[in-house]
Design a protein around this ligand. Structure first.
Ligand code: SF4
Length: 258
């Protein structure tokens, strides 16, 4: 299926549904994907179909490219509203992630002090002290939790290594509110299995986990681009709104992106 592999280390700026004018920072190779998940809905395709043959950008590469782009934007009188670590996979897998976040903060303060720094992460590596320290520094620490159902995670997120969602919930809770949880809602089928995570059997336990995590906000969304496999379907705006209302009734700040 048509999917997107982003330039590296900088892409955009792009208009983001969730973040505004976003300058993307991609810490993965320019010709493939590196992720600890292999989600059926990934816009970058499946891991096996996009194996990278070039190295990741180094910390120095990222620092140089980001400075050049921010300087250009500054001179042009344009400025991003957010610098977003995302792209072809999981940004926290970069071995120099902590140092790169520090560099980005220095450059943000120099060229666009009003901009926020966001990281879109699948939360699989928050157990690493350096990753946690980096995520504590950013403005928007956006962490994926599509469900707490282990079978659904195996079917849809497809972790590339042993993954215990109970531990992940504990890790998210340990951010003490310094996190935004991001949840993808889907319908459709894959290999004969339903992908619908909008029913009470999924939403109830997920809500209970969120009550423990106490995130600063929850972002619920559905597919808006090409996905890695066929058979996935969008969830309606009404259903996302119903889930947002449920979160708000439980005292959790929430927003839907259609
Ligand atoms: S976590 Fe994100 S980048 Fe990784 S496979 Fe899932 S959607 Fe793709």
């Amino acid at each position: 299926m048509p999917t997107v592999i982003y330039p590296s280390p900088i892409f955009g700026p792009v208009e983001s549904r969730r973040l505004g004018i976003s300058l993307g920072i991609n810490l993965m190779p320019r010709d493939g994907k590196v992720c600890t998940f292999d989600c059926l809905y990934c816009e970058c395709g499946l891991n096996k179909d996009f194996v990278a043959h070039t190295p990741r950008p180094t910390r120095k590469d990222v620092q140089k490219a980001l400075e050049q782009k921010l300087r250009e934007m500054h001179m042009a009188g344009t400025a991003p509203t957010v610098l977003t670590f995302a792209g072809n996979g999981e940004p926290t897998t970069h071995p120099e992630f902590l140092g790169i976040i520090g560099d980005a903060m220095i450059l943000r303060d120099r060229y666009c002090p009003q901009a926020k720094i966001a990281v879109l992460s699948n939360a699989t590596l928050t157990v690493r002290p350096n990753v946690r320290a980096a995520l504590m520094k950013v403005d928007y620490n956006i962490l994926k939790l599509d469900t707490v159902d282990a079978d659904y995670i195996k079917l849809v997120n497809r972790p590339a290594f042993p993954y215990d969602v109970k531990n992940v919930v504990k890790e998210l809770k340990a951010f003490n509110g310094h996190c935004i949880v991001q949840t993808m809602f889907l319908k459709g089928t894959y290999e004969g299995h339903s992908l619908d995570n909008t029913g009470e059997a999924y939403v109830g336990p997920w809500l209970n986990a969120l009550k423990q995590i106490k995130p600063q906000a929850v972002q619920v969304y559905t597919i808006a681009r090409e996905t890695a496999v066929e058979g996935l379907e969008k969830v309606s705006a009404e259903e996302l709104d119903r889930i947002v209302a449920l979160l708000k009734d439980n005292g959790i700040e929430a927003e839907a992106f259609y």
